[in-house]
Design a protein around this ligand. Structure first.
Ligand code: PLP
Length: 383
């Protein structure tokens, strides 16, 4: 196979072989529907319940607070739309931030069309939400605060515990989109006062098309999918057993290996940041220097188009992205970088490189040299 340096782990990750191995029997030997009442079904049911408890353990939740979904997007839609509906008598005001993933932002837009009022909080130049600003905008009629745990483009980690305290003190539901943070950094839903949390298996070396919404026992929420009585009548549809099994195994590995993985990735991340800043002129780091995901780097290179850079790097065997995967292909600059105060021109020169614990120093050296050469080439062409 040709050279492949995969530095787009925020878009998706390679499934761990142990995860795949644990999933395989549920495609072939144990193909039963977990809702059946015969013995063969109970095997599939036991497997989904093991996964549920493994996932719960990772965030210090109880197993019966985990509800399986088709991924992070569904979990985000469910949390906001259905908690809003369940609380409409209390009020119609939702608080979120300008840097959320489109799964949250577009859900909020759809709620605005239905008459809800949404406040989009500003962030500072590092992409941090000031918890005091959350406090300032909460008012009578505020029903949900939704702030992402960590940003998918620049990796900035928010002060979730403090925002959770503010939400709880004001009797407002607190949701966090933890799709990028789940399994990467410690999260404790109890200590952080999180009422609802979205996660997705494919970001932590699990399969695509499966995720979950954690819903605190005390939270009343309406169903999103209507149909059968799966997931305590809150999320209808036959469970994706192999996917759920894989998600559970990935969560189990993440819990057992988190400390070591964070250490390894942080070293690699900082090596890449330092190498890039030292070798490529007019390069700046986007996102918080320390409060950032261990696997995230995001740079702006002046006077170039990030998309052109991604295409050139692709010819050199490097997979990366210029913004989030979802906005790649669009001509608009990243809404995250713009919210952080970047000009449109500077935001167009962004490059996101997200690694895994299996990334090597050799791969990073090759990438730094490739970026240096490509940025020089693009600047010469445009001058
Ligand atoms: N939220 C964030 C922060 C994400 O990064 C993503 C995916 O990139 C999603 C939500 C959507 O998750 P999924 O791909 O599982 O639908």
């Amino acid at each position: 196979m040709e050279k492949l340096i995969y530095l787009d782990n925020a878009a998706t990750t390679k499934i761990y072989s142990d995860v795949l191995r644990e999933m395989l029997p549920y495609f072939s030997k144990i193909y039963s529907n977990p809702s059946g009442i015969y013995e063969f079904s109970s095997k599939a049911r036991e497997a989904t319940e093991l996964a549920r408890s493994r996932i719960a353990k990772l965030i210090n939740a109880d197993a019966d607070e985990i509800f399986f979904t088709s991924g992070g997007t569904e979990a985000d839609n469910w949390a906001l739309k259905c908690a809003a509906k369940a609380n409409r008598k209390k009020g119609k005001h939702i608080v979120t931030t300008k840097i959320e993933h489109h799964a949250i932002l577009n859900t909020c837009r759809s709620l605005e069309n239905e008459g809800y009022e949404v406040t989009y909080l500003e962030v500072d130049k590092d992409g941090m939400v000031n918890p005091e600003h959350v406090m300032d905008v909460v008012k009578k009629g505020t029903i949900i605060i939704s702030v992402m745990t960590a940003n998918n483009e620049v990796g900035t980690i928010q002060n979730i515990a403090q925002i959770g305290r503010i939400a709880r003190a004001n009797n407002v539901l607190f949701h966090t989109d933890a799709v990028q943070a789940f399994g990467q950094i410690p999260i404790d839903v109890k200590k952080m006062n999180i009422d609802m949390l979205s996660a997705s298996a494919h970001k932590l070396h699990g399969p695509k098309g499966v995720g979950c919404l954690y819903i605190n026992k005390n939270v009343g929420i309406e169903p999103f999918m209507h149909g059968g009585s799966q997931e305590k009548k809150l999320r209808a549809g036959t469970l994706n057993v192999p996917g759920i099994v894989g998600f559970g195994k990935a969560a189990d590995i993440a819990l057992n290996e988190m400390d070591e993985k964070i250490k390894k990735e942080t070293e690699l991340r900082d090596y890449l940041i330092n190498g890039m800043m030292e070798n490529v002129p007019e390069c700046t780091l986007n996102g918080h220097k320390t409060m950032r995901l261990p696997n995230n780097t995001n740079f702006c290179f002046k006077h170039i188009e990030g998309e052109s850079l991604v295409i050139i790097l692709d010819t050199m065997g490097i997979c990366c992205s210029s913004g989030s995967a979802c906005s790649a292909g669009s001509k608009n600059p990243s809404h995250v970088l713009v919210a952080m105060g970047q000009t449109d021109d500077d935001a167009h020169g962004a490059l996101r490189l997200t690694l895994s614990e299996n990334t090597t120093i050799e791969e990073l050296d090759y990438t730094i040299a490739a970026v240096k050469k490509s940025v020089n080439g693009l600047r010469t062409m445009s001058s």
